[in-house]
Write a protein that binds this ligand. Structure first.
Ligand SMILES: C[S@@+](CC[C@H](N)C(=O)[O-])C[C@H]1O[C@@H](n2cnc3c(N)ncnc32)[C@H](O)[C@@H]1O
Length: 482
């Protein structure tokens, strides 16, 4: 819209160019391929009608006596198209378009002193009730007619989507390596990229910021940029978007605007406060991390690039809480069962580490079975764990029931280590990490580097490493997910 307003401002005093601009406006077509109840289509149409009204004002049409307003209003609802999976919202979207049309017609009626309604309804927005990823968008609107693709396609994380949805995404990405980790929304990006090949259609989607950080970025944008020659024209970096729907949590969003051609006018919108207003920065290039820099992809790798100790996840109890104790719980337990004291080890999980609390666990890896049998309370806990695992729906967990004294996943190193909490606040200048000895159990809310030396710790605490964290690391909401 901004560009259209700018264009209008530049020609509004030129009576010859105004009709041309008006005609151009009336030939635009918009597609929202996950349109829900049509909010994006409704707002876009309203803004276009307001711009049309300004054109009429600038042409002095509003001051003239017009015989039939119908003749000078060129915009109509059939310029808006949508695809929606759910039938009910799809029908609402269609009606919503007539409602906003009527409201804008009432505004025109006031302006011209002439009652203007479009009855009977001859035109409608074209809202298709279908699965957008299974639909040929050409059958909804021809790419030769389309100008813009907009929307906020569904936010479904790769970990929670249905298998059928994951299959759709993997198929859209031609079974590319790693496409199984992509969020559902990436299907709309790649499908739009295919649709706009060799044609001047602009696309802008609002989506979760997961698509421009962490492991998804190189997979999605690798194809977008290399295979489909997409250029990012503008981008809003992470902002917090809470909508008014009941029970709807705020999401951390980005907006990415792109096309199949380049432009000299690129802008990044930065949010110093993610709840506040953005400020615009002109950019030479916008790369997949939404940074003004070269198009670099940071791919996934499991091995370090040089001779340094490998990082590992901590150990996962999979115990229903039976092995875990606060300070007070541990003291009470030992009071009842003094012989259990030797089975306790400090458990280092992210929350306790970051907040300076203590936690303990029953670590029975090397426990002598005879000693264990003598501690009734510990045996009870072990039996609870066995039962819980045996009753699980997951086959892998059921198997763990045969080893009920052990954590579900034991990755504890036999050396001292540096602990890294996986999840910590974005407001930190650096992620707190710490040295621990091998008898402290690193929980799976953390990862650790066995045998790490002060040198490694120094690198992890350095400003350059934090620059990497801020730009490349995964995030949950806007917090670091290391
Ligand atoms: C985040 S909402 C968009 C809401 C929309 N902007 C509005 O104004 O209501 C995403 C929409 O995508 C729809 N959706 C989910 N999967 C879809 C699919 N495969 N094809 C088309 N629409 C889908 C959902 O039903 C939902 O309405």
């Amino acid at each position: 819209m901004d560009d259209l307003w700018k264009e209008f401002e530049s020609i509004k005093d030129n009576k010859n160019k105004l009709p041309e601009f008006h005609k151009k406006l009336s030939t635009l077509k918009f597609l929202d391929p996950a349109c829900g109840c049509g909010n994006f289509l409704v707002i876009t149409y309203r803004e276009l009608r307001l711009l049309e009204l300004e054109i009429l004002r600038a042409s002095n049409k509003t001051g003239q006596r017009v015989f039939d307003v119908r003749e000078i209003i060129h915009l109509d609802v059939d310029m808006m198209c949508g695809i929606e999976y759910e039938e009910f919202p799809a029908r609402i979207a269609e009606v919503a378009m007539w409602l906003i049309d009527h409201q804008m017609n009432m505004q025109i009626s006031n302006e011209f002193g002439q009652y203007f309604v479009r009855l009977p309804l001859k035109k409608s927005a074209k809202i298709i009730h279908a699965d957008a990823l299974e639909t040929d968008w050409e059958n909804v609107v021809s790419k030769n007619e389309l100008s813009f693709i907009i929307g906020n396609p569904p936010f479904i994380g790769s970990k929670i989507m249905k298998q059928s949805q994951r299959d759709q995404i993997v198929k859209e990405f031609d079974n590319a390596d790693g496409s199984g980790v992509l969020d559902y929304v990436t299907g709309w990006y790649i499908k739009a990229a295919k649709y706009i090949q060799n044609i001047k259609i602009k696309v802008a989607f609002v989506s979760t910021n997961s698509i421009v950080q962490g492991e998804q970025t190189s997979i999605l944008w690798g194809q977008m940029l290399n295979k489909y020659k997409i250029k990012i024209h503008f981008a809003h970096r992470t902002f917090k978007w809470s909508n008014e729907a009941k029970g709807n949590a705020a999401v951390y969003c980005v907006i990415v605007g792109f096309a199949n051609y380049d432009t000299n006018s690129k802008s990044i919108f930065e949010y110093e406060d993610i709840r506040g207003e953005a400020h615009e920065i002109k950019a030479k290039n916008i790369n997949p991390y939404l940074v003004d820099a070269k198009d670099i992809f940071v791919g996934k790798r499991r091995k370090p690039i040089c001779n340094i100790p490998e990082i590992s996840f901590g150990s996962m109890p999979n115990d229903g809480g039976n092995f875990l104790f606060t300070d007070e719980e541990k003291n009470a337990f030992i009071e009842q069962e003094p012989k259990a004291e030797k089975f306790f080890s400090p458990l280092i999980s992210a929350h306790e580490f970051l907040n300076g609390h203590k936690r303990w666990c029953l670590w029975l890896k090397n426990a002598n079975p005879t000693d264990l049998k003598e501690t009734k309370l510990v045996t009870e806990r072990v039996e609870n764990v066995r039962k819980l695992r045996a009753e699980s729906n997951r086959q892998a967990t059921q198997k763990l029931a045969s080893f009920p004294t052990l954590f579900g996943e034991d990755r504890q190193p036999d050396s001292d280590y540096v602990l890294i909490p996986l999840h910590s606040s974005e407001n930190r200048k650096y992620i707190p990490m710490g040295f621990f000895n091998k008898n402290s159990i690193a929980n799976n809310s953390c990862s650790f580097i066995p045998n790490a030396k002060l040198y490694h710790f120094g690198i992890l605490m350095s400003a350059i490493h934090m620059a990497w964290v801020k730009n490349m690391c995964g995030r949950i909401k806007s917090d670091y997910r290391y």
